[in-house]
Design a protein around this ligand. Structure first.
Ligand code: CDP
Length: 226
């Protein structure tokens, strides 16, 4: 595997994309680009300023002017996200942002405003790009396309545990309902809906350990890039 690859990972919320991306990045010494952060950042800005996430014109303006900075945390090695000079890494995953992000991400103007920056970063290669439309719209020329999935209940259980460990006070039912609604919005929108690319390797992760998912995907990467 000499040439630096572009690896696209798509799939619904909590299907295991981030865990897989981090493990692959460690193995291949690649960067991870989590594109959901961009939609979350626009949503966070809108909510903080008391703007209506349903207002496409305004959301598109926020997306066009997005001034986002990423810095690795020297202690943990994790990427910290700064907006307007403030570390918002935790807040981008708050239940409030979760509740609105798919509304913001469904606006065609927002998607168009964020497309170029995603493509430019992805085309550098040596990168794992994580999202919903990476293999279908952002970089259809990606070398390897993975589509992860898992049942709604399994994904809600994972996200519930994650939210509690981040200190968010939510109930399992709330997380499940939010995810059901987000799945529906993401899959039914007109622009770049969530769906596997024709040439994607589809993997259902129910009952698989993160290491098993990683092993299967590494086998696909080897096979497709021989
Ligand atoms: O971590 P989780 O899968 O819950 O969310 P995320 O990847 O941070 O994405 C949050 C939301 O942003 C998704 O539910 C989509 O509505 C939207 N999104 C998108 O439309 N396209 C992408 N490439 C990435 C995220």
């Amino acid at each position: 595997m000499g040439r630096p690859l572009i690896i696209a990972i798509d799939g619904p919320a909590a299907s295991g994309k981030t865990t897989l991306a981090r493990r692959l990045a460690q193995e291949l010494n690649y960067l991870v680009f989590d594109t959901g952060i961009l939609y979350r950042a626009v949503t966070w800005l809108a909510l903080t300023r008391g703007e209506d996430p349903q207002d496409e014109t305004r959301m598109t303006q926020l997306a066009r002017a997005l001034d986002i900075n990423l810095h690795p945390d020297p202690q943990t090695g994790e990427t910290r996200i700064y907006l307007q000079g403030r570390d918002v890494s935790q807040e981008l995953h708050s239940p409030q942002v979760d509740a609105w992000v798919s509304v913001v991400a469904a606006h065609p103007g927002v998607r168009m405003a964020l497309k170029d920056v995603q493509r430019r970063l992805a085309l550098r290669g040596g990168i794992i790009v994580v999202g919903r439309d990476i293999g279908t719209v952002i970089v259809p020329e990606a070398d390897v396309k993975i589509y992860l999935d898992a049942s709604l209940e399994e994904r809600a259980r994972r996200r519930y545990e994650e939210a509690r460990s981040r200190g968010h006070q939510v109930s399992f039912q709330q997380v499940l309902e939010d995810m059901r609604r987000r799945d529906m919005l993401d899959s039914s929108r007109d622009t770049a809906p969530l769906r596997p690319a024709k040439d994607a390797f589809i993997l259902k992760t129910n009952g698989l350990t993160p290491e098993e998912v990683f092993e299967r995907v590494m086998a696909v990467i080897r096979e497709r890039t021989l």
